[in-house]
Design a protein around this ligand. Structure first.
Ligand SMILES: Cc1cc2nc3c(=O)[nH]c(=O)nc-3n(C[C@H](O)[C@H](O)[C@H](O)COP(=O)(O)O)c2cc1C
Length: 325
């Protein structure tokens, strides 16, 4: 399949694996890229810029296909040394960066000067237009369904994607709630040039996370995610568990007066415990509503091949037959 996204990133299939904290290691990014998609290493999972440099080197040793690095700007307990991370990304020869969290305006000139293509992930049309106006090459349009941070507008992809198609000139991928060929074909029909997946890539054989996390995603339905940190305007969609219930109870009790310190134990420093040790109830971790569509743990290759095969069927057979009936 050829789209503006496969052309831009020189990849075989229009499928991107979004940055994911403590999931987006070199093994994951390389495996997605080797399967013909675009794998992405999550920069801030690496404790220092130097560690990120090593992770990028590792990825280069695991694939000769294009891969990217995600750089997320979000409120965090200890502010990372962003200039050092940017420098390492540029020096390592990485050619694609996914930015997220807030406008990449400050770092964009450095990436552009280095010939790096930038795809910015955003949850609204106004932020997508801003990304286009400052010179981003593409955007990842993240609907309300998404795992992680859906923003504060709550617009689902059935509305957000056609709106993006109407407004944007640069290519965009559909993100949030994407799981299979149906997601891909629907996204293409709504004007996207591909899709970005997070949660679906976690429930795969090679994903470098604990088996219990994968099993929790398979067991979950579309009813099992919750939005936390809304009063702090840092909304996150997470999988429901007893710790998340506690966060929601505190939010209810404290209302608009809640401070990050009130829930810090439940939301900060959680990812190593959950993703590496498999303590899935020990904190709040991002997960999309798409968990309701995830019922198996395939290999990356099986997953991506299946999506492309079924997309071919949907386009050539199901849709074509309706027209010629
Ligand atoms: C466990 C997890 C961690 C994530 N961490 C990040 C992150 O660090 N930076 C980022 O830009 N997006 C992050 N995301 C969002 C994903 O890149 C992607 O946009 C989102 O998962 C898409 O929605 P989906 O889960 O419905 O596919 C994370 C998502 C998950 C599920």
């Amino acid at each position: 399949m050829k789209t503006r996204i496969t052309e831009l990133f020189e990849i075989e299939h229009p499928i991107i694996q979004g940055g994911m904290h403590y999931v987006g290691f070199a093994e994951l990014a390389a495996a997605v890229s080797n399967a013909g998609g675009l794998g992405i290493i999550t920069a801030l999972t690496q404790k220092t810029a130097e560690d990120l440099g090593k992770e990028i080197e590792k990825c280069i040793s695991l694939t000769n296909k294009p891969f990217g690095v995600n750089l997320t700007f979000l409120p965090s307990v200890a502010a990372p040394d962003m200039p050092a991370y940017v420098k390492v990304i540029i020096d390592s020869g990485v050619k694609i960066v996914e930015t997220a969290g807030r406008s990449p305006e400050q770092v964009l000139p450095y990436f552009k000067d280095a010939g790096i293509k930038v795809i910015h992930k955003c949850t609204s049309i106004r932020h997508s237009l801003k990304a286009q106006s400052i010179g981003c090459d593409a955007v990842s349009v993240d609907g309300f369904e998404c795992g992680g941070h859906p923003g504060e507008d709550d617009i689902p992809n059935m509305i957000l994607l056609p709106r993006a198609a109407d407004e944007l000139e640069i290519p965009f991928v559909a993100s949030g709630g994407m799981a299979d060929a149906r997601s891909l074909v629907a996204s293409l029909a709504m004007g996207a040039d591909g899709m970005n997946m997070g949660t679906r890539f976690m429930a795969t054989k090679e994903a470098p996370i604990h088996e219990r996390v994968k099993e929790a995603i398979v067991a979950a339905t579309e009813l099992d995610t919750r939005l936390i940190m809304r009063p702090l305007r840092n909304t996150e969609r997470v999988l429901k568990n007893p710790t998340v219930d506690l966060v929601l109870a505190k939010e209810k009790e404290l209302g608009q007066d809640i401070k990050i310190d009130d829930i810090i134990d439940e939301v900060a420093g959680v990812y190593p415990r959950v993703m590496l040790e498999g303590k899935v109830d020990s904190g709040a971790w991002s997960c999309g509503m798409v968990a309701g569509l995830i019922n198996d743990i395939p290999s990356f290759k099986e997953l991506i091949n299946q999506i492309m095969l079924e997309a071919d069927y949907l386009i050539r057979k199901r849709l074509e037959q309706m027209l010629s009936a």
